[in-house]
Design a protein around this ligand. Structure first.
Ligand code: HSE
Length: 353
């Protein structure tokens, strides 16, 4: 039996416990042994849940238990999620996370710490919900130099824009629905202001280019100023407004990064990505364009990515493969060259700022 601990029993934490239960046999076969949720750390108690007896309120119980091999951090926010991750890695436990804020802010340190302690720090669920994009970037696209990434990386804003376009709903109405469906962040400003998408493109560009840019260096504009009229005007022009996070190498070797609404041309596949779905369009120098598509938020889709990381670690207990290391970089610009902008307008669309 392989013991793990879940930190946080909210939307993703409870979904992870559910996936591990529903797919217990398949997970066991793939992990090589039964995966047992020994502890669940949360401030609350869950007397009505079948997992209620695993709940603890003191993190030391988990970090000091040598039987726990994997700590799964699904708390949200930077602190204490970062400190808990550091403590787990130093205690020789691998860490799985869905927490894009921690990966974007502290990915360099945590990857280095995992290496130092011969364990792994995995974060498949931090970008694109259930879409297997992290492994694709690190493994499946290894034979490419990545030239450009365009991503619809926030399910809440994509849901809102789709509801505005299809049903003429207001932003406030659609946001309320996204919150009810469990898509939005605890503070939905992170969604609608583009901050969440920005953290995710920082993670993807670090995977592509090995350099992690601090999210506050990236020009970021959300969807708050988009009106129903803008949506209709774009439609009349053969375009659809999407919040697109982008990263590309400029001809001078700088990293171009930005997040803002883009009027996406209808012949670009990103234009057809609707509701809570996310998509990541990656351009590789040997492959050309490839698009990854799937549910970008929500309990079970995100848990699916979390469980994949847990299984991956369980399969390699005692002998974790080395991971890519990142360095911090400030080599970033929010300006495309005129040539890049003209090419982008043809292939993808028109950034609205
Ligand atoms: N609030 C996020 C979103 C959750 O809407 O995409 C998934 O990261």
């Amino acid at each position: 039996m392989i013991n793990i601990a879940l930190l946080g029993f909210g939307t993703i934490g409870s979904g992870t416990a559910e996936v591990l239960k529903v797919n217990a046999e398949a997970c066991k076969a793939k992990a090589g042994d039964e995966i047992n949720v020994k502890y669940i750390l949360d401030l609350r108690d869950f007397p009505d849940s079948e997992f209620g007896d695993r709940v603890v309120h003191d993190y030391d119980v988990i970090v000091n238990d040598p039987e726990v091999k994997v700590v799964v951090e699904m708390m949200g926010g930077s602190h204490p999620a970062y400190e808990f991750s550091v403590a787990a890695l130093k205690a020789g436990k691998s860490v799985v996370t869905s927490n894009k804020e921690v990966v974007a802010n502290f990915g360099c340190e945590l990857l280095a710490l995992a290496k130092e302690n011969n364990v792994r720090y995995l974060f498949e669920a931090s970008v694109g919900g259930g879409i297997p994009i992290i492994r694709a970037m690190t493994e499946s696209l290894a034979g490419n130099e990545i030239c450009e990434i365009n991503g619809i990386l926030n399910g809440t804003t994509n849901y809102i824009l789709t509801q505005m376009k299809t049903y003429g709903k207001t932003m406030a109405e659609a946001l309320k629905e996204a919150q009810e469906k469990g898509y939005a962040e605890a503070n939905p400003d992170a969604d609608i202001l583009g901050i969440d998408a920005c953290r995710k493109i920082c993670i993807l560009s670090a995977l592509a280019f090995g350099e992690l840019v601090a999210s506050d260096l990236v020009m970021t504009k959300g969807i708050t100023e988009i009106t129903t009229e803008d949506v209709e005007k774009a439609e009349a022009n053969g375009q659809a407004i999407k919040l697109v996070a982008r990263a590309a190498k400029t001809p001078e070797g700088k990293l171009y990064m930005a997040v803002s609404p883009v009027a996406v041309n209808n012949d670009n596949p990103l234009s057809t990505v609707n509701d809570v779905f996310n998509a990541v369009l990656v351009r590789g120098n040997t492959l050309g364009d490839v698009m990854f598509y799937g549910a970008g938020a929500g309990s079970l889709p995100t848990a699916s990515a979390v469980v994949a990381d847990i299984i991956d670690i369980c399969r390699c207990l005692g002998n974790q493969p080395e991971q890519q290391q990142w360095t911090k970089s400030e080599n970033v610009t929010s300006e495309m060259t005129a040539e890049m902008a003209a090419d982008y307008a043809k292939r993808v669309g028109t950034p609205l700022c």
